[in-house]
Write a protein that binds this ligand. Structure first.
Ligand code: NAP
Ligand code: GCO
Length: 271
């Protein structure tokens, strides 16, 4: 039996693709991977975002981040992007399916096209990108796929029916990729962030006209044992762990990084 080696947390020599990674959670995870030794490949849906990302990575001290424009729902474009990455950077060892959107609309008021768009980006996208990178991972002898799930992979709430359906599906896609490709030394796991302060949740944290907290902000604080919103930095260690050899025997697991939300029924009434 080999003795534990702290280098098992290193990503040295690995190529990591993070989708939707010019800001927010994706950008934070890509930076962490770079600091852990990986070569970063980041994606966004438009060239302007890629150029902004290039500046942001350089400002973070990451000189050799490679940016590629692609809509993760466009299978031909994804296949072309992966082929280009393999030619220009190398075979993708680590894939983080991070790109995602949310539409907060009461279900019976939601147009089918809006529901479909959320499912397309948040669920079909991870399927398409994973399908594109797995064959080369198999040839190379293994790889890591991390799907960014959500509290809504487990819980529902008003106005997020499409998002919850997508993230619930993404949890099961994670388990299925693990089941189908684990024999090729591919580990597919999920990270389920709690409520994290990013542009996606900014509307839920906007200060009220009188300067008070947004009611949803106060609600989340009351539902989180850590009594705070998460920061993107809270996700970096868990992501490096799941991207590293230290997690080679973890497969099909969703790691919730939520400050305890899923464990907590909610603040009990004052006695
Ligand atoms: P965000 O700030 O809205 O960033 C989402 C990223 O995805 C952006 O870079 C966006 O690019 C990109 N994107 C959207 N559609 C795309 C497409 N079709 N193809 C390629 N890229 C696309 O979101 P975030 O808060 O960082 O969240 C990132 C992931 O974590 C999402 O999957 C989200 O569901 C999940 N998550 C977030 C939280 C949270 O509290 N923030 C909690 C749990 C899970 P553009 O801006 O250029 O469109
Ligand atoms: C919402 C929020 C959440 C977070 C996250 C929680 O409207 O409820 O946007 O969905 O984004 O997914 O884990």
């Amino acid at each position: 039996m080999s003795e534990f080696n702290v280098d098992s947390f290193s990503l040295k020599g690995k190529v990591a693709l993070v989708t939707g990674a010019t800001y927010g959670i994706g950008f934070a995870l890509a930076k962490a991977f770079a600091y852990a030794g990986a070569t970063i490949v980041y994606n966004d849906i438009n060239q302007a975002a890629i150029l902004r990302g290039e500046i942001a990575y350089k400002e973070a001290g990451i000189e050799n981040a490679h940016g590629y424009v692609c809509d993760v729902t466009d299978e031909d474009a994804v296949n072309a992007m992966v082929a280009k990455i393999e030619k220009e950077v190398g075979v993708i060892d680590i894939l983080v399916n991070n790109a995602g959107i949310i539409k907060r609309i009461p279900m019976i008021e939601m147009a089918a096209k809006d529901f479909r768009q959320v499912i397309d980006i948040d669920l079909n996208g991870p399927f398409i990108v994973s399908k594109a990178v797995i064959p080369s991972m198999i040839k190379k002898g293994g790889g890591k796929i991390i799907n960014i799930c959500s509290m809504m992979s487990e819980l529902g709430r008003e106005t997020v029916s499409a998002y919850a359906a997508a993230k619930g599906g993404l949890k099961m896609l994670t388990r299925n990729i693990a089941s189908e490709y684990g024999k090729y030394n591919i580990q597919c796991n999920g990270i389920g962030p709690g409520y994290i302060a990013t542009p996606q949740t900014a509307p839920l944290r906007e200060l009220q006209a009188d300067g008070s907290r947004h009611p949803f902000d106060s609600f989340i604080i009351s539902k989180t044992p850590a009594a705070r919103w998460g920061e993107v930095s809270d996700l970096q260690g868990p992501a490096v762990f799941l991207a590293s050899p230290a997690s080679d025997f973890i497969n099909g697991h969703v790691l919730y990084v939520d400050g305890g939300i899923l464990a907590y029924i909610g603040q009990q009434p004052e006695e």
